[in-house]
Design a protein around this ligand. Structure first.
Ligand code: FES
Ligand SMILES: [Fe+2]
Length: 422
């Protein structure tokens, strides 16, 4: 059930400031990042409705491979069944609700730890000791409730809403599939998966990942030294955004230990970089030799689980010295994450402070401003016409700006790649 949030006049005024055009706007008030009431509203309007990335297909290669997760407290399990079908179901024993799957691994059944009800890898109940004579309960049709599951680019998405729109439609609304097609994420494998918990509200994570303002500051000695922020061009699409820019790869000194992904060979330079936001919780980064998505999942109002995947083309895994090279890449992304983590924690401390007054949004925070207004659209049930007109104004203002794209090679990325493949 949807909740409503009443704002006091001061908070209402602060929210209206975020609604203003970029050059007049202020960041969101601290309350937005610290209020359990807001999180509950986000759970109702975002996390129980939108498609959420929960992993990669190659993590579930064999029948019986599974992973038990919690998203905003909701237990679920992803499992490849004995019939080779990939499914998501609620990880709730149909007896008293205990989580039947624990951790991750491979199994041919899930046995509840409490009273030993047993479920197959397709979620169907297969055994319930001492319990065959209960009236009004049909053990034969009992199962762990299924959730919607779909994949794109090798990423697995789930949706808690039984009436959700198709995944492809949602991705297309923000131009994600069109933009990211040339990266061919479906032809890569995960070479590293780094998971950690940050003591901050979930919204700070995607905001930080589209904040081009901080890159040359906190990441100066890791990857931000030659980051051309002045020319950064944010492409706002629907409620999402993407960008093509110049940056070296995510390895020490920006020097690749591999080479261009085969499908990008001769098409991009070693300075090729791109990013897109897959709302609400995923930011994908591409370089000439890798793909690196970050996925942020709220635990509670002050804590967020973050997963960073590094994905490389299958062929790289067979190259000499792969393990050593991969370790260097893995250490490097941990270093970058540590740099961000300190700021995320401090952002939350600031948001919690009575003395925090949100400052101005700058040109380099254009995507953050767009994203913050997406939160507000979703939370405030804004009138659709007003929303569309505001987005159009924002995009028109962007297009009238003086920022330039780095010159695309081959006359444009996704579209020309699409043509080259056809
Ligand atoms: S709660 Fe699972 S068998 Fe009782
Ligand atoms: Fe960062």
């Amino acid at each position: 059930m949807s909740t409503t949030v009443e704002f006091d006049p001061t908070t209402r005024k602060a929210i209206e400031q975020t609604r203003a055009n970029l050059n007049e706007a202020r960041h969101l008030p601290g309350y937005y990042y610290t209020s359990p009431e807001i999180l509950q509203r986000e759970i109702d309007t975002i996390f129980m409705r939108e498609w959420l990335c929960v992993g990669r297909v190659e993590e579930f290669e064999k029948p019986g491979d599974y992973n038990a997760l919690r998203i905003v407290g909701e237990p679920l399990v992803i499992c490849r069944g004995a019939d080779n079908e990939l499914r998501a179901f609620r990880n709730l024993c149909q007896h008293r609700g205990v989580e039947v799957a624990v951790g991750q691994g491979n199994t041919n059944r899930f046995t509840c730890r409490y009273h030993a009800w047993t479920y197959g890898t397709d979620g169907r109940l297969t055994g319930a000791p001492h319990n065959n004579e209960v009236s009004g309960f049909d053990f034969k049709f009992c199962r762990l409730p299924l959730l919607s599951l779909d994949t794109w680019g090798g990423y697995i998405f789930i949706n808690f809403d039984p009436n959700c729109r198709p995944l492809g439609d949602c991705l297309d609304e923000d131009g994600v599939r069109d933009f990211a097609a040339f990266l061919q994420p479906e032809n890569t494998r995960t070479s590293d998966k780094f998971e950690f918990v940050v003591p901050c509200n979930w919204k700070f994570v995607p905001e930080n990942l589209m904040d081009m303002y901080h890159v040359g500051v906190i990441h100066k000695t890791s990857f931000g030294a030659h980051f051309p922020v002045n020319d950064f061009r944010f492409n706002l699409v629907g409620q999402g955004y993407n960008a093509v820019y110049e940056a070296l790869t995510m390895a020490p000194n920006g020097v690749t230990l591999f080479h261009q992904m085969p499908w990008l060979e001769g098409k991009v330079s070693d300075k090729f970089a791109c990013t897109t936001w897959v709302r609400p919780t995923m930011n994908i980064f591409g370089r000439h030799d890798l793909i690196q998505p970050w996925v942020a999942t709220p635990i509670d109002v002050n804590h967020t689980h973050v997963t960073i995947y590094t994905q490389l083309p299958e062929a790289f895994f067979d190259e000499p010295g792969f393990a050593e090279k991969n370790k260097i890449y893995a250490d490097f992304i941990r270093l970058v994450a540590t740099e961000d983590e300190a700021m995320l924690e401090s952002l939350q401390t600031g948001a919690n402070s009575n003395g925090f007054k949100p400052g101005p949004t700058t040109n380099l925070e254009r995507a953050i401003h767009h994203l913050q207004n997406y939160y507000l659209d979703t939370l405030l049930d804004e009138d659709e016409d007003a929303r569309v007109s505001r987005i159009k104004d924002g995009v028109a203002a962007l297009n009238a700006g003086s920022a330039k794209y780095p010159e695309p090679i081959d006359g444009g990325y996704s579209k020309s790649f699409g043509k080259a493949r056809a």
